[in-house]
Write a protein that binds this ligand. Structure first.
Ligand code: FAD
Length: 395
């Protein structure tokens, strides 16, 4: 079949939803198609690892209601090819879509463990959540692999639901490399107190399915038998379409200040896009909700002709049991780290400094200070520990 649209969006995720809403706002008559390889219309991903587990929301509430925007949705099929010269796409059903303007919002895919088993979930989608719910019932033993934000959230959510959790990661503590050492150490104890078997220094090298579950093998040859495994090992941007179409890719799809690729009719947004963050003075790719939504909306407006630069510095948030944080910019303990605690590891602000400039701010249980953090990052400085402490009200 052949279709023709004013706007075609590839990837039915959070960025796509924001783009479609922004296009529709200024172009009520335009024809819009959305093509996505998941079975479902766009939904919010962040609740998959927290709110859906603690009862703060349910499955119906996470849907973004993109269909209200009068958009033709082609789900459960993937785009295989972009033919830029013909302004056309080919999908896995063999359909051809002609576009006037195209947005690539294909997100990122989870990195994989080298284990073949449907008891191993590489956590990203609503279906992955459903599968983990089936596997991780009360009393089951589940290995959470990965010490980043997905691992931190899932270890807390599963433990909070009566699941026996072993949490494995190669670093010295949760969030190592991002959180200051003391905070990371505190988190290890905090999770242990809540019944999680925290196993730092554990790198999974392989494993196999057994009659009763999965046996993991670690690099140091230890083994661990569990009922199921959930992995949060970071993600890889889904750039393959863009690459094959000859678009510039450098970690993510390279876009300009208007979120446009080097092709004047193709934009990219969200986890898959690499953009220049003005206030950080460098190109970055952000794998977080605020970036996905604000870039999607910006790209949508740009596609219908608004001419403005994307200047937002995205923030990130997470919840771990009853702790929570927001963060802006670069969290890297390789930078100079300035800690300003109101109460150690319960409430405080951490600044990440590079040659006197603030590059990142972690707001630990400190709320409504994201804009203050952004302003600080935009300032030329120079700053040091003395001038930073107390700069953002830590409450
Ligand atoms: C479990 C979880 C918890 C999270 N929690 C937080 C949080 O607390 N705070 C925060 O800030 N961020 C969080 N995030 C990150 C946030 O959800 C992502 O940054 C955001 O979803 C990215 O949106 P996106 O539209 O760029 O990509 P996605 O939402 O990944 O959407 C991309 C879509 O494109 C589809 N696709 C890819 N290639 C093709 C193709 N060729 N054809 C058709 N379809 C294709 C994909 O299957 C996917 O459905 C979380 C993410 C996960 C997975």
């Amino acid at each position: 079949m052949e279709h023709a649209y004013d706007y075609v969006i590839v990837g039915a995720g959070m960025s796509a939803d924001a783009a479609i809403k922004a296009i529709r706002e200024g172009a009520p008559e335009a024809s819009i198609a959305l093509i996505g390889d998941e079975r479902e219309a766009p939904y919010q991903r962040p609740p998959l690892s927290k709110d859906l587990w603690n009862g703060d929301t349910d499955d119906a509430d996470i849907m973004l209601e993109t269909e209200r925007q009068d958009v033709d949705m082609y789900l459960d099929r993937s785009v295989k090819l972009v033919d830029r010269a013909a302004h056309g796409l080919r999908d896995s059903e063999g359909d051809l879509f002609r576009y006037k303007r195209l947005l690539i919002a294909t997100g990122a895919e989870p990195n994989q463990l080298p284990i073949e088993s449907d008891r191993v979930v590489h956590f990203r989608t609503h279906d992955d959540y459903r599968r983990l719910r089936e596997l991780a019932t009360e009393g089951q033993h589940v290995a959470v692999v990965g010490g980043g934000f997905i691992g931190c959230e899932l270890a807390a959510s599963l433990a909070g639901n009566g699941v026996k959790v072993s949490w494995l990661f190669p670093g010295e503590g949760p969030g190592a490399g991002r959180f200051p050492e003391g905070l990371s150490e505190f988190l290890t104890g905090y999770y242990r107190e809540r019944g999680v078997q925290v196993m730092p220094g554990s790198r999974v090298s392989g494993g196999k399915e057994t009659d009763h579950g999965v046996e993991l093998t670690l690099e140091d040859e230890r083994t661990l038998a569990v009922d199921a495994v959930v992995a949060g090992l970071g993600v890889t941007p889904r750039t393959e379409l863009a690459e094959a179409a000859g678009l510039r890719v450098d970690d993510g799809i390279v876009v300009d200040a208007r979120l446009r690729t080097q092709d004047p009719d193709i934009w990219a947004a969200g986890d898959v896009a690499s953009f220049h963050a003005m206030d950080l003075g460098r190109r970055i790719r952000v794998e977080h909700e605020n970036a996905a939504v604000s870039m999607g909306a910006h790209a949508g407006r740009a596609m219908r002709g608004e001419d403005a630069a994307y200047t937002e510095l995205p923030f990130f948030y997470s919840d771990l049991f009853d702790l929570g944080y927001e963060a802006v910019g670069v969290l890297d303990t390789g930078l100079e780290v300035v800690e300003d605690w109101a109460e150690p590891y319960q409430k405080g602000v951490v600044y990440y400094l590079e040659r006197g400039r603030v590059r990142g701010v972690l707001l630990w249980n400190v709320w409504e200070k994201v804009d203050a953090a952004r302003q600080l990052i935009a300032m030329p400085g120079p700053f040091d520990a003395k001038s930073l402490k107390g700069r953002i009200d830590k409450g």
